[in-house]
Ligand binder design. Structure first.
Ligand code: 6PG
Length: 483
């Protein structure tokens, strides 16, 4: 009997996703470049007592074991290994077969691969998978983009294996043509960076300004997790803070070197934001902060030159904590607003027709950014798919307005205390810029026209205009004119 689906690439994500599918009764064939992991996976499936997983040690056998049209999920390292795997597999596949790449991939690579495979009649799906190893095993969020008819053949499998949310169903759904799934996953990761940075800033205020200890801070996050801030990242923050070190005394978090690493998806989001002309200050601040954090030695040297301002001792701790909660929530809304605007811009540019309420729905379970807020976001975009910006949704705008004073006090406190809060502040700045009818961009335009003759538009007349700003301009023959 042939297998329903093949999974090639058996690092942790691959193994766990294979076991996930098997545990839902699908017959899975697994393959890997080095065959020892094939044995491990088959063994793990046996121990779990599910439908047996079939191991194939040669790629020919792997392909031969699959029912047609063949469906192969690949979970290998992004970049070259994906190209190599696709070329080996596709040589043995037939028109109508489907390859699904489940890695974090730069979306143009998926578009390029799809073009190559289309010539062979093979369908290609680029599918973001979020939720780490645990998600892969027990229910990830799946973000597929590719040919719809190919997705439809996979939907019965994916809908069973994805995280399940009671109100909204499985965290998988068709997002759009090739590239769109990878794009949504990339932005998911940008939002992930923003959320993590916002939480880190709040932690910094509690620790450095309020002098709270790890247990007290953990208690606070635990309490917040029962409110509108309920999210996976808040939940794990509490756990991270409470973890005692078993190598020495004290807490693990206090022993960790303060240099943040990254694999690159957050950077892609910011590159793309610039490319699409979408402001993403909250996520950009998160990236900048990781970059600065990595320069530990320079920071140590700088800390010897510059001291911190003294912290106000008369601070009302309970009020600051309440303010932080409000600031965190309002900032988070702004960050998601930026991410969704970016997806919208790309979707418009590439004619993907991505449904933003569907994006929010896929993120409601299984993934790293799952959060209660996504309920409101999903509703906002299902009420109005053409919403200009999440901030102006009637429900969310009220939530922001209520929190504005506390949000401003928080950013002000950080600033006077010399504690950087780039993402809280980036979000507030985004809000304060977006909400204003008139901006000083008028002056920017004047300067551009002054030094470069770049022209400007007016608020009172149609057309483009240029001004001869000074005698020096007129001396070289410059004149006022309408273009
Ligand atoms: C997920 C995560 C996952 C991975 C990130 C980490 O959704 O499950 O986002 O994809 O852990 O890529 O990213 P950095 O290494 O860039 O922090």
């Amino acid at each position: 009997e042939k297998c329903d689906v093949g999974l090639y690439g058996l690092a942790v994500m691959g193994q766990n996703f294979a076991l996930n599918m098997a545990s839902h009764g699908f017959k899975v064939c697994v393959g890997n470049r080095s065959s020892s992991k094939v044995d491990t996976t088959v063994e793990r499936a046996k121990n779990e007592g599910n439908v047996p997983v079939v191991g194939a040690k040669e790629i020919e056998e792997f392909i031969a074991r699959l029912s047609k049209p063949r469906k192969v999920i690949i979970l290998v390292q992004a970049g070259k290994p994906v190209d190599q795997t696709i070329s080996k597999l596709s040589a043995l596949m037939e028109p109508g077969d489907i390859i699904i790449d489940g890695g974090n991939e730069w979306f143009p690579n998926s578009i390029r691969r799809a073009e190559d495979l289309t010539q062979k009649g093979i369908h290609f799906i680029g599918m973001g998978i979020s939720g780490g190893e645990e998600g892969a095993r027990n229910g990830p969020s799946l973000m597929p983009g590719g040919p719809k008819q190919a997705y439809d053949l996979l939907a019965p499998i994916f809908e069973k294996c994805a995280a399940q949310v009671s109100r909204t169903g499985p965290c998988v759904g068709y997002l759009g043509p090739i590239g769109s799934g990878n794009y949504v996953k990339t932005v998911h990761n940008g939002i992930e960076y923003g959320d993590m940075q916002l939480i880190a800033e709040v932690y910094d205020v509690m620790k450095t300004i309020l002098k709270m200890d790890n247990e007290e801070i953990a208690d606070q996050f635990a309490e917040w997790n029962k409110t509108e801030l309920d999210s996976y990242l808040i939940e794990i923050t509490e756990k991270c803070l409470r973890k005692k070190d078993d190598m020495t005394d004290g807490y693990v978090v206090d022993k960790i070197l303060d240099k943040a690493g990254m694999k690159g998806t957050g950077r892609w989001t910011i590159q793309e934001a610039a490319e699409r002309g979408v402001a993403a200050p909250t996520m950009a601040a998160a990236l900048d902060t990781r970059l600065l954090s990595a320069r530990k030695e320079e920071r140590v040297a700088a800390s010897k030159i510059f001291s911190s301002p003294s912290v106000d001792e008369s601070i009302d701790k309970a009020r600051v904590v309440d303010d932080l909660k409000a600031a965190l929530y309002a900032s988070k809304i702004c960050s998601y607003a930026q991410g969704l605007s970016l997806i919208k811009a790309a979707s418009d540019e590439f004619n993907w027709n991505v449904d933003l309420s569907e994006c929010a729905r896929l993120w409601m379970g299984g993934c790293i950014i799952r959060a209660k807020l996504l309920d409101s976001i999903q509703q906002a975009f299902s009420n109005d798919p053409d919403l200009d910006n999440l901030l102006v949704d009637s429900g969310l705008s009220k939530e922001i307005i209520d929190r504005t004073p506390a949000w401003r006090r928080t950013v002000a406190l950080c600033t006077t205390s010399g504690i950087a809060c780039p993402s809280l502040c980036g979000s507030l700045t985004y809000f304060d810029t977006y909400r204003r009818e008139r901006l000083p961009a008028s002056l920017t335009q004047a300067q551009r026209d002054f030094f470069g003759g770049h022209t400007y538009e007016r608020i009172d007349m149609n057309g483009r205009f240029h001004t001869a700003w000074t005698d020096a301009h007129r001396d070289i023959g410059d004149v006022n004119h309408r273009v």
